[in-house]
Design a protein around this ligand. Structure first.
Ligand code: F6R
Length: 364
């Protein structure tokens, strides 16, 4: 059933172009974003005061990415919380708060409890769910499915990528209805969105290159991921991918926070993966890269094609193709997934079934 791949995780990484296409294509009709299952009129979309996103793990990271897009593009305030925190903090969900629950399995206990809490408080709940007919899908007021297909590996890849795609559509839809994007920009973004699957495919071809690089870090003690803005969100996901399947300690930091503590952990040869896809933040990121490099770090940069300036501050660079600034996470995650995967393989870990973890966390 692994279709010739050594692990489900690798197979599922390769299924990402299809997962993105299957999530996006049915929702674009004559150059318009149509999300019928949303069950919201334009008036209702216009009256949203706040979006509260609740999820766990990678689904939470997809939520964090989308915060930048809902806010930046649609100008709707967004709060993101992990479900285990949200459910016990008596959250304030005023009128006009739309609650998004993101979950691959649709069975995560904390996310389901958060959904129930949100409904009890009278909020409208939209589920973004992969498993059809799962508990979260059934109990949400409306559900927008991600069409990634069954995911077997514990570490999520294609479901995460399809969550991002669904969230892009939702943010663009809201921005359009609320008059925050011009039809030209929407057309341009849809065209970039349609290019993502091909671009992901191209990035997956860097497999061998990333494997060679990963093999240098099989004995690493700590690995850090840094980014700013939306790149901080992907740093968190990159760090989780690595640590959950390789058992190497790793953390993600908002690059500007380094000098408030973390930088003291940098030693000679510590790997720091820096993600910089946001042009307006290049300079700030480069200065953070210089800071860690001066203290002995080996800096791996993941950046946009053409940003060769980064080479002066990095020891190794992986480029991603050009896309809309809000979609870069879908591309930057590919080398990060490959990196985590190959470190895990190189260390002889059980890639698809890492110790102590379950695919679906149905207990608190
Ligand atoms: C990480 C991973 C987990 C899940 C989390 C939420 O690779 O798979 O962090 O993302 O357990 O699961 P779902 O999306 O099923 O609610």
């Amino acid at each position: 059933e692994k279709g010739g791949y050594e692990h489900f995780m690798l197979k599922e990484m390769y299924e990402q172009p299809k997962a993105i296409t299957d999530t996006v294509a049915p929702r674009i009709k004559e150059e318009q974003i149509v999300i019928e299952e949303l069950g919201m009129s334009d008036e209702e979309i216009k009256s949203i005061q706040k979006i509260m996103i609740v999820a766990c793990g990678s689904a939470y990271h997809a939520g964090v990415t989308s915060k930048y897009i809902f806010e930046g593009l649609a100008r709707i305030p967004v709060e993101v919380d992990v479900a285990s925190e949200f459910r016990y903090r008596d959250p304030i969900l005023g009128d006009g708060t739309l609650v998004l629950i993101i979950s691959q399995s649709g069975e995560t206990a904390d996310s389901l409890a958060a959904l129930r809490e949100a409904k009890r408080k009278g909020s409208k709940v939209l589920g973004i769910v992969n498993v059809v007919g799962s508990s979260i899908a059934r109990e949400a007021d409306n559900v927008m499915y991600t069409w990634a297909g069954p995911e077997i590996a514990v570490a999520t890849t294609k479901a995460y990528s399809s969550q991002l795609a669904a969230l892009y559509l939702l943010a663009m839809k809201f921005a359009g209805v609320r008059g925050k994007i011009t039809p030209e920009l929407q057309r341009e973004m849809l065209s970039d969105l349609r290019k993502l699957p091909k671009q992901v495919e191209v990035l997956l071809k860097q497999q061998e290159k990333v494997q060679k690089f990963a093999n240098r870090y099989l004995a690493a003690k700590d690995i850090f991921f840094i980014g700013r803005g939306i790149d901080y969100a992907i740093s968190m996901e990159g760090s989780l991918k690595l640590k959950e399947i390789s058992y190497i300690h790793s953390e993600a930091y908002a690059a500007g926070e380094l000098k408030h503590g973390t930088i003291s952990l940098i030693e000679e040869g510590t790997l720091v993966a820096a993600v910089l896809t946001q042009e307006d933040l290049y300079k700030k990121m480069i200065s953070n890269m210089v800071e860690v490099r001066t203290r002995g770090a080996f800096v791996l940069a993941i950046t946009n094609e053409g940003n060769t300036e980064v080479e002066r501050a990095a020891d190794y660079v992986l480029y991603i193709p050009k896309t809309n600034k809000y979609f870069t996470n879908s591309l930057a995650i590919i080398p990060l997934q490959l990196f985590g995967y190959y470190v895990s393989v190189g260390r002889g870990c059980d890639v698809d079934k890492p110790r102590n973890l379950a695919k679906s966390v149905t207990v608190e």
